[in-house]
Design a protein. Structure first.
Ligand code: PEP
Ligand code: MG
Length: 659
């Protein structure tokens, strides 16, 4: 029995809707299959369904066989045609991800190599470090393939069930740990889902029944499933291949009664050297003991990079195959500013690193007195020195550095870390937690700024010739009010804690602000009708396109503040891709064209009497701060590590009367 229909689920049968569809399918006894084109998948496996890659507006056929086939078809076709909302918040437990890419700091062009013979990678987290190497290259599990006798088949099936239960229990324990950060909880929950899915375990069981031993069967099943994830034309699903392999590995180790090579053994002050650090390992690593991180994989916006930055650990990533050159090294020198690592550094390099580390420590010590400084110009103007953050985990470091609030909360990470769009409730909790942590200082939350170059579960991005000029930031949000309104509702709800402001990325027309305001009004009316508490917030825009600079006087009439995003503004004013090292020289914020754009923005803001701040990387440059203050900027938001230096620069200016 079968029925065809057109899928009306916005996100397609991606992570979360797939889970809901499976839950529904499992409530029937019939065998159920979903067919798209010439491919089909069991409707009772969310992993298989995701791999089927069903998108909105595609035709699919639901096939059911069994006593309750008619009811099953009614319910499942009904869901596909009218999912109500694939984005509702009924399923609060996040099923997260080891996001391969995340939003974060811009990739800076590599600096000239001062360390001949060093290995060059991506400068992912600033700082220098010299210390012993802790090589983390967990051995591949080598199965001894064994043909099973009929009686052994039952034993291996039973052992597999036990091993799966052990792994699930371990993951449940990690999930129950209250100290586990939200993002990490999402990662572990995603791995647990995979461990429970019939496509991995069912496949391994079938292979055991053919007479293959359990370890070999699990390795084969995990590799097959990982390859399927790797072959789909969807970067987000491609990144799940690593999660599948990680789960397979955990099950094999449980089968063999072995413990994994654990990062828990890393000695105090060691440099963690690895080809890649899986999300599962990273979630449990003792980060306080790690002096530096060097990886073969990863880039400046990878999960590892963000975690390293938020914990102030110098990191160089993306060394590729040359990572093996560090594997047997005893000592390494890591320069997270230029992206260079030297294995077994000679005496000269060691001395230079020791000197740099010592001077950095002295500078940190000297700057610590500025932690509680409230930088004030002689005319009484207070300059807010705030932090750029992307997750709640970064709050501690920001407060520790003396942040006077948050000038840019990049919300992309929250969206990238989960296998589904974060629910309104989860967003409300996250934004509220940030606001509470920084009270009484303001927290400026930027609405979702995502482009075609980064995968997000649940949003189908088109292939674009020029993703930086394409469907990103406010453009995407206004085209997807289902997603945008959820974020706006969460922001309105979080605003009851006070201090919350909201800003829009990539604005290039006044119409975008007006359309957003209409949506905010709609959301407020809905919340009112639902009796949910909310409060209005100040709305601002980021100035990061030349169009926004040119119409700044018009924008200023509509918003409460400007925040200049120099990372994008520089690339658009100079027409020089911020990710392309070959045009790095042009991508220079000090170019007069960019400085004039900043000045025009500041002037338009001052004339309209609204606050003008800056949250691009340039805001943290002590050498440029005097010029920005002269232009009239009153808020500067930067990576927490730059805050003390910026506060000192402002205090020095006021003290010397140069402000
Ligand atoms: C910017 O463009 O300057 C900015 C702060 O935003 P992002 O780096 O997240 O694009
Ligand atoms: Mg930007």
């Amino acid at each position: 029995m079968e029925r065809s229909t057109i899928v009306r689920v916005h996100e397609g049968l991606h992570a979360r809707p797939a889970t809901r569809f499976v839950r529904l399918a499992k409530s029937f006894e019939s065998e159920i299959e979903l067919v798209r084109g010439d491919k089909s998948a069991s409707a009772k496996s969310s992993v298989k369904l995701m791999l089927l890659g069903v998108k909105e507006n595609q035709e699919v056929t639901v096939r059911a066989q069994g006593a309750d086939a008619i009811e099953a078809l009614d319910a499942l076709v009904g869901y596909l045609e009218n999912p109500l909302s694939g984005l509702d918040s009924d399923d609060a437990a996040p099923t997260g991800t080891s996001a391969a890419t995340t939003a974060g700091e811009p990739v800076t062009a590599p600096a000239p190599n001062p360390l001949e013979g060093g290995l060059r990678g991506v400068a992912a987290s600033e700082g220098v470090y010299l210390g012993p190497v802790f090589a983390h290259f967990p051995p591949d599990i080598q199965p001894v393939e064994r043909a099973l006798s009929p009686s052994e088949i039952d034993t291996d099936l039973a052992t597999l069930s036990k091993a799966v239960a052990t792994v699930q229990a371990r993951m449940d324990k990690a999930l129950a740990d209250k100290t586990l950060a939200d993002g990490d909880r999402g990662i572990v929950a995603a791995l647990r889902d995979i461990a429970a899915d019939e496509s991995l375990i069912g496949d391994a069981q079938a292979t055991i029944r053919e007479g293959v031993d359990a370890v070999s069967a699990v390795i084969a099943a995990a590799s097959k499933l990982a390859a399927e994830f790797g072959n789909v034309d969807d970067p987000y699903l491609n990144a799940r291949a690593d999660d599948v392999q990680a789960v397979g590995r955990q099950i094999c180790l449980a089968l063999l009664g072995q413990d994994d090579v654990s990062l828990e053994q890393i000695p105090q002050g060691a440099i963690l050297v690895a080809d890649d650090i899986g999300a599962w390992d990273l979630a449990r690593a003792p980060l306080k003991r790690i002096g530096g991180i060097v990886c073969g994989h990863g880039g400046a916006t990878s999960h590892v990079a963000i975690i390293a930055r938020s914990h102030g650990i110098p990191a160089v990533l993306g060394l590729g195959e040359r990572i093996v050159e560090l594997r047997d090294a005893k000592i390494a020198a890591v320069d997270g500013n230029s992206g260079i690592v030297v294995a077994e550094p000679d005496a000269t390099i060691r001395q230079s690193f020791e000197a740099r580390i010592e001077s950095a420590a002295k500078e940190r010590e000297a700057l610590s007195v500025f932690k509680d400084t409230v930088p004030t110009l002689r005319n009484g103007t207070i300059i807010e020195v705030a932090a750029n953050i992307g997750s709640l985990e970064e709050i501690e470091a920001a407060l520790e550095a003396g942040a006077m609030g948050v000038g840019l909360f990049r919300t992309e990470l929250l969206f990238m870390r989960h296998m589904h769009l974060p629910s309104e409730d989860l967003q409300t909790e996250t934004y509220s937690a940030a606001v509470r942590a920084f009270a009484p200082h303001p927290v400026i939350i930027r609405t979702l700024d995502i482009g075609g170059d980064k995968p997000i579960a649940g949003i189908d991005f088109p292939e674009e010739e020029n993703p930086f000029l394409g469907w990103r930031g406010i453009r995407m949000c206004l085209d997807r009010p289902d997603i945008f309104k959820q974020q706006l509702r969460a922001l309105l709800r979080a605003a009851v804690h006070g201090g919350l402001k909201v800003m829009l990325p990539m604005v290039s027309t006044v119409g975008e602000v007006l359309a957003t305001r209409r949506l905010i009004d709609e959301c407020a009316a809905e919340l009112e009708a639902e009796g949910k508490p909310f409060a209005r917030f100040d709305l601002g825009v980021m100035i990061e396109t030349p169009a926004a600079v040119l119409i700044a006087p018009l924008l200023a009439k509509e918003v409460a503040f400007f925040s200049i995003g120099t990372n994008d503004l520089t690339q658009y004013v100079m027409a020089a891709d911020r990710l392309n090292p070959t045009v790095a020289a042009l991508n220079d914020v000090t170019n007069p064209a960019v400085m004039m754009a900043i000045e025009m923005t500041a002037k338009a803001g001052a004339e309209a009497g609204i606050m003008v701040g800056m949250c691009g990387e340039a805001a943290g440059r002590a050498d440029l701060i005097p010029a920005f203050l002269k232009m009239g900027l009153t808020e500067l938001s930067m990576s927490p590590a730059s805050i003390p230096r910026a506060k000192k620069a402002i205090a020095d200016l006021a003290a010397t009367g140069a402000d």
